[in-house]
Write a protein of this length. Structure first.
Length: 325
């Protein structure tokens, strides 16, 4: 497994990480969680990602219990969570980044995760209703108190991140270190335009999610929604129109043809492609069972084999959107 620095920090994270969005909340169970974590750890994954939004805190609880049961040395892995959604149904504690919520939210998350600190703490969404200065001070204070080692953002615009960095520099506070964005062959602009800009201008490290476009890039939705797939999970029917898009599935068939030249699957090729962006520190996998996870982890070995010709071929098949300056 390759390890990359997270932006300008000294922290090194595995190029493939393991996330717990649907897997540990709606789909997960304890035995499956243990098995998947063990497989990921043995493959060299050292970054594990969750959020208070996943299952209303259930993903954090399951991840914390599983990590405690495995008994791993806390120094050997990097634990990430995100705050914004909240789990308490009261004013000031949901859909916010105010100081009250952030300071209470980190304590609640640490209790669920059964740990004294997280390594990475993200602001899961921007909050237009809270002054940026209030959020930056609160996140910096969380780090100063030892409850997180680095803080960052998820789904923030370059302008918002620049504003946060400027406030932190002005007050000598801890600056954001990382941004997490969606990135896959069908969604390229957030990383290749916005992410590359904040990486260049502020040294922000990029972590990404959904390298398989919620499973579309595996090819399994070409004939509809299979039983046991993410789109078949209760509450995720909203994904079905996107995943069953005829034109996109036809392109995935061509992706499969390219992958076959390497003796690989479309999923492995799609994940390997994501790792090739020079600003990306880690690509988060969301496999829901052992077989999927083993297959997806093999993408780490495929990535170095993708030459310039293959990358150009994939660029032509899945071109980036034309964006206004």
């Amino acid at each position: 497994m390759e390890y990359r620095r997270l932006g300008q920090s000294g922290l090194r994270v595995s190029v493939l990480s393991y996330g717990t969005w649907v897997t540990f909340s709606e789909q997960g169970d304890f035995d499956r969680a243990l098995q998947c974590l063990d497989i990921a750890g043995r493959a060299g994954v050292n970054l594990f990602d969750t959020a208070d939004a996943y299952g209303g805190g259930e993903a954090e609880r399951l991840l914390g219990l599983a990590l405690e049961t495995l008994g791993w040395d806390r120094a050997t892995y990097v634990l990430a969570t995100k705050l914004f959604a909240g789990t308490r149904d009261c004013v000031n504690m949901r859909q916010t980044l105010n100081r009250k919520y952030l300071l209470q939210g980190i304590d609640d998350a640490l209790d669920r995760l059964r740990t004294d600190f997280v390594d990475l703490l993200y602001c899961h969404r921007p909050d237009p209703h809270t002054p940026m200065e209030e959020t930056v001070w609160a996140m910096s204070d969380i780090i100063a108190r030892g409850k997180a080692h680095y803080w960052g953002t998820s789904g923030w615009s370059p302008a918002q991140i620049s504003d946060a960095c400027a406030i932190a520099e002005r007050h000598h506070l801890h600056k954001p270190t990382m941004e997490q964005s969606e990135y896959h062959l069908l969604a390229r602009d957030r990383i290749e335009r916005d992410g590359a800009a904040i990486h260049r201008d502020h040294g922000i490290g990029l972590t990404t999610w959904s390298p398989l476009a919620s499973g579309l890039l595996t090819g399994k939705y070409a004939q509809g929604v299979p039983v046991g797939s993410r789109a078949a999970v209760r509450g995720y029917a909203w994904l079905q129109p996107q995943l069953c898009n005829v034109a996109d599935n036809q392109r995935v068939q061509q992706l499969q043809a390219v992958a076959q030249r390497f003796g690989a699957s479309a999923a492995q090729l799609a994940i390997a492609w994501c790792t090739r962006h020079p600003a990306v520190a880690s690509v988060t996998l969301g496999a829901s069972n052992a077989a999927q996870l083993r297959e997806n982890l093999a993408a780490a070995a495929l990535a170095p084999l993708l030459n310039d010709q293959t990358m150009r071929e994939l660029d032509a098949l899945f071109p980036a959107a034309v964006s206004a300056d």
